[in-house]
Ligand binder design. Structure first.
Ligand code: FAD
Length: 413
């Protein structure tokens, strides 16, 4: 491959965005992607259900600041404003009483106040959550189902720095399809994993499965887990602070298990939010029949989601159907159609859903935002400021870093 000014590693939301900024500025670059498709964690597939289903990101969070939102409107995407308020709550197989529902709603505000007012050295979110079913149920959303981590693995400082993601919109045509549309026309080398980045001479030398590219700088958008697992070797090694930051930003997990329920709506309405609180964080959340399709989309998060992926798709689907049968009656089994379980942990070039700082290590993100030797820059959802963990945030990170790289190169010239 020809020498260029900049190599971008990864054609997810961040990498595509960086490429588009460079393209618009007339800079030369190569965008290299290990997978045989663009989008990374933004991926809509119609293969299983014969209609678009988002295997990865689905909600356009923070729509008022999310650059994908106006593009979805322009593209004529069908958008639903989803308030994410809890409509149905079960403790085990027992429906929560009206009083219990009210207590959970109050607990939301209580947790927000506890986080806001928190000071001191303790940095685990679990420290703030007293024993009690209401507080616990309220934190299921913000913890495992949102941050992808159990509450004892969430840093309060990291959590507090993340934005409130309202307003949230869901799309019928798929968020992954929107990102693919965004990436149309961007030249990309697919199925081209980067193996090593050398920075022991001027510029960088990026070794891929299909040859070596020399450039002035590299933008690396791989997840921190990919970097912690040393899928890309660096020669010489990166500064120890950067290496430690990869480990301080482990990947959280969210596993989706959508099931077709045909011929009944179980007394639920499209887009209802249903939560089943269980022991030891074996909780499950359902997005009910979005857009009045036949899908009950189950979500499990945090450690349980990793366990579920290890147990395999059949076990995951059985778990979901058993939960529905326990609540709505055994008849529901007759209505079950096709199903799916997402498996992001086993995707070697991604290795999880999104990153979250280890308690006490919330500085890791700021460390990785520092370039190495003005030649190796990092971007992605894990470096997206208040929009961490989101696809829109990843795009903003990619755009900002592309501008930073151009300014750095120009300064050196
Ligand atoms: C199940 C799930 C649900 C989610 N839900 C939402 C949601 O509703 N809303 C939302 O906004 N966000 C959501 N997210 C998060 C969102 O998808 C991500 O934050 C965003 O897509 C990350 O973009 P990125 O560019 O930072 O990383 P990625 O999408 O991971 O892109 C990085 C790319 O780099 C490639 N790569 C890695 N290593 C190499 C290498 N060595 N050589 C070449 N290529 C390499 C990878 O294959 C990948 O394509 C969800 C994620 C998951 C997994």
């Amino acid at each position: 491959m020809d020498d260029v000014e900049i190599v971008i590693v990864g054609a997810g939301s961040a990498g595509l965005a960086a490429a588009k900024v460079l393209q618009a500025a007339g800079r030369s670059f190569h965008l290299v992607e290990a997978l045989d498709r663009i989008g990374g964690r933004a991926w809509t597939s119609s293969d299983r259900f014969g209609m678009p289903f988002d295997i990865g990101c689905a909600w356009l969070h923070a729509a008022d600041r999310n650059p994908y939102f106006p593009e979805a409107q322009t593209a004529g995407w069908t958008l639903f404003h989803h308030d994410m308020g809890l409509d149905h709550l079960y403790f085990g197989n027992t429906r929560a009483t009206v009083e219990e529902m009210a207590a959970v709603k109050e607990a939301d505000a209580q947790i927000a106040a506890l986080i806001e007012g928190h000071s001191g050295d303790a940095d685990q979110l679990s420290e703030l959550i007293a024993q009690g079913s209401a507080l616990r149920a309220a934190t299921t959303f913000s913890g495992p189902m949102d941050f992808g981590m159990d509450d004892d693995e969430i840093s309060i400082a990291d959590f507090r720095a993340a934005a409130d993601l309202d307003p949230n919109y869901f799309t019928k045509e798929g968020f992954g399809a929107l990102v693919a549309r965004f990436g149309q026309g961007v030249p990309v080398h697919l199925s081209t994993p980067v193996k090593r980045i050398r920075w022991d001479q001027p510029g960088v030398s990026v070794e891929t499965a299909k040859g070596t590219i020399r450039a002035k700088a590299a933008i690396v958008t791989s997840s921190p887990a990919v970097l912690a697992f040393e899928e890309i070797a660096f020669t010489p090694e990166l500064p120890v602070g950067h290496v430690e930051a990869f480990y301080d930003l482990p990947m959280g997990m969210l596993t989706k298990i959508p099931i077709e329920i045909r011929g009944t709506r179980l007394g639920l309405n499209p887009f209802d939010d249903l939560l089943i609180e269980r022991h030891a964080r074996h909780d499950i959340f359902f997005l009910c029949f979005p857009f009045d399709t036949d899908l009950m989309v189950g979500f499990v998060g945090g450690d349980f989601a990793w366990e579920m992926e290890a147990a395999g798709e059949e076990a995951g689907v059985d778990f979901v159907v058993d939960r529905l049968a326990a609540i709505f009656g055994g008849e529901v089994r007759k209505h079950v159609g096709r199903s799916l379980m997402t498996k992001w942990g086993g995707e070697r070039t991604i290795r999880g859903a999104y990153a979250a700082c280890v308690p006490g290590r919330a500085g890791a993100r700021a460390t990785l935002m520092q370039p190495v030797a003005d030649r190796i820059f990092f971007a992605g959802e894990h470096l997206a400021g208040p929009l961490i963990q989101t696809c829109g945030g990843a795009r903003l990170s990619g755009e900002a870093v592309a501008r930073q790289v151009m300014a750095t190169i120009d300064r050196a010239a």
